[in-house]
Design a protein around this ligand. Sequence first.
Ligand code: 1GP
Length: 252
Amino acid sequence: MTTYNYILDKIARRGAAFLVLIDPDKHNDGSVTGFAEKCAAAGVDGFLVGGSLMMSRNHEEAIKEIKNLTHLPVIIFPGSINQVSPYADAILYLSLISGRNPEHLIGKHVLAAPLIKNYGIEPISTGYMLVESGVKTTAEYISGSAPIPRNKPEIAAATALAAEYIGMKLLYLEAGSGAIQHVPFEMVQAVSEYCTVPLIAGGGIRTPQTAERMVESGAKVVVVGNHFEKVSDAALIKEFSDAVHTKDPKTV
Ligand code: 1GP
């Protein structure tokens, strides 16, 4: 099964999928090992690995460790072409559709495409939208692009629909890692009602209740990263996982 179909299957059977973002920069003390195992035991569906800025050199090591220790898919969440790795299962082939920087709409893709083909990893075309979240995020600064204003759900919906019509397979509403304010529920609802492509919500999600509201608003994948870098006990990860998984697989 492809990683994309695995995600669709999780959505169908569990109501939504729960992915944990691992930024190898934050786990450069070897702690990724125990953390990944905890996530797998807590019902997490897979991992995103990456970040807007990569300060350390252990990106690929982190991917290998997670693959060795868990049965879960590892999906590259690339901040740059240097993060493309043959050890992952798939890569979110992100187009920064909220911005107008051609490098992030097609330029980097041209450079990454031959690598992805050579490595044999699965590209998952994703319409990536940065949403204003209180302060300027690393992703905004590095990409040199303006986010969608928080109070403009209609802009997000129209942007997302354009991505769907272009043929993208996932949509991602992103407040930015560690964002003060997560993406507004109204915006998640507006996009999910307007489009049929599965919607990912991430950035600044710090409670299981917020994760649950994201799913109630129409998100089909919820991503949490930063919060688990601060508090990562297995019980808390499971609370998030249970909040996202609104369907019991036994009842399907
Ligand atoms: C960031 O959406 C992801 O790109 C996750 O955000 O790290 O704030 O959970 P957090």
